[in-house]
Design a protein around this ligand. Structure first.
Ligand code: ACO
Length: 402
């Protein structure tokens, strides 16, 4: 058995903090978060104001540079985004070699990693006010193209190339939905909702994927490799895959004759691993301020476009039932950012398996800014300790005696 005292004599004092519940891995100037009061500010600006007044590109600039852009700075940033939107033609062939049902997250992670092979000079580029803007614009713009191409390939449609005339969100929607015989009509309400969703996902301090980006980068790995690892971390249903899992859960409840209690009881059962996806958060213990804005945006877009989705009714009823249930109240489990976001994406026509990709597009400015901050602060290589619980030393047993 483990003799913890003699182990500590050997190793010194080590704190055990599984899941990093109470351990800061870095200092950061990017995002302020108060989980008890439900406050989230990027570079000091409340997300409520940013979501109401800014475009995603503007907020991306803020997160990357620490200041809201002037008109000229924003125009220059947008110009870079348009300039870098195309992928190297060789990369287009990548999309032909994934199986038709390949997950868009796996395509995204692989292809973002490969950007390093086509734009290696970017890795030397650590000047925060010169090449940094260009690198960030290149990555933001190309990742959006990769995301849209992965969707077009998955449905067997010809690729729609980025347009130099369109802004970030319009361009993405056009690449996703325009068809040779059926031109896509860009609706301002959809563009506005997409801007909001991406803004609300743009950074969230040291979450699982951002910590992964920093950890991978701390070894000296290039930006693209670090971001690609962040995409992989985001994929899981407890993190960025949650918006997809929420829709699947709501569909199941709908198909199950709206038997809400069955799902609520299952989530409360400690012998069952099932959870009500879209509820609970590591740091928000009153409410998730992003969820409030998204719920309102959801109502707005449904009203303006005169849409109806039975899943929105299911979501609202589930939230209402959960809000009066002692199990969820005692554990401070409220809807998180992902609970309503998937319903808006559905309304835009974005398929469920693309939802985590949408999350990744939103989180990109945060990942890039956090990676750069880690470099500028010259953080040490990330290397957590462990408390070893196995046997310390055993006699080797030759094969014939085992
Ligand atoms: N449904 C049912 N019970 C839950 C849920 C849930 N969604 N979330 C937490 N709990 C329970 C746990 O079982 C635990 O109960 P216990 O104290 O009786 O053991 C208690 O609440 C605390 O939960 P933890 O898992 O310890 O909380 P943690 O901070 O580690 O996890 C997490 C946070 C992963 C978000 C969790 O709430 C969860 O799994 N939620 C569902 C998945 C989800 O929506 N993820 C998206 C998060 S937001 C984002 O990544 C952008």
């Amino acid at each position: 058995a483990l003799d913890i005292r003699s182990l500590l004599k050997e190793t010194g004092f080590i704190t055990l903090d599984s899941g990093f519940m109470n351990t800061a891995s870095c200092t950061s100037d990017i995002t302020y978060l108060d989980g008890k009061k439900g406050i989230l500010n990027y570079r000091g600006y409340p997300i409520e104001e940013l979501a109401a007044n800014c475009s995603f590109t503007e907020v991306a600039y803020l997160i990357l540079h620490g200041e809201l852009p002037t008109f000229e700075a924003l125009e220059a940033f947008k110009h870079d985004m348009r300039r870098f939107a195309l992928l190297h033609e060789d990369m287009i062939h990548f999309f032909d070699h994934f199986p038709p049902n390949a997950s868009p997250m796996s395509i995204l992670s692989t292809t973002v990693n490969s950007l390093h092979n086509y734009y290696p000079e970017m890795d030397e580029d650590d000047d925060p006010y010169g090449g940094y803007t260009v690198t960030a614009a290149r990555l933001l713009s190309k990742t959006r193209t990769i995301a849209a191409f992965s969707y077009k390939k998955s449905i067997g449609h010809p690729l729609v190339y980025p347009s130099p005339r369109l802004n970030y969100c319009e361009n993405f929607l056009n690449m996703m939905f325009d068809r040779p015989n059926l031109p896509y009509k860009i609706q301002p309400e959809i563009v506005s909702a997409l801007n909001k969703l991406l803004i609300l996902h743009a950074d969230h301090e040291q979450n699982c994927s951002t910590s992964t980006v920093r950890l991978v980068g701390s070894s000296g790995a290039n930006l693209y490799a670090s971001i690609s690892a962040g995409v992989s971390a985001l994929w899981g249903p407890l993190h960025g895959g949650a918006n997809q899992a929420v829709i699947e859960m709501l569909e199941n409840i709908y198909a199950d004759d709206k038997d809400f209690e069955k799902y609520i009881e299952k989530a409360k059962d400690k012998n069952d691993t099932f959870r009500l996806t879209g509820f609970g958060h590591r740091v928000y213990k009153t409410f998730d301020p992003r969820a409030k804005i998204i719920k309102q945006a959801c109502d707005d877009i449904f009203e303006k476009l005169e849409l109806h989705d039975p899943l929105l009714d299911i979501a609202k009823e589930l939230e209402e039932r959960v809000s009066s249930d002692d199990y969820f109240l005692e554990r401070n489990l409220y809807p998180n950012v992902d609970f309503y976001s998937g319903i808006i994406y559905r309304a835009m026509g974005i398929p469920t398996d693309m939802f985590p990709v949408m999350f990744a597009l939103g989180r990109l400015p945060g990942w890039i800014a956090q990676w750069t901050e880690m470099k500028e602060d010259r953080d040490r290589i990330g290397r957590p300790r462990q408390i070893y619980t196995g046997e310390i030393k055993r006699e080797f047993v030759p094969m014939k005696d085992r």
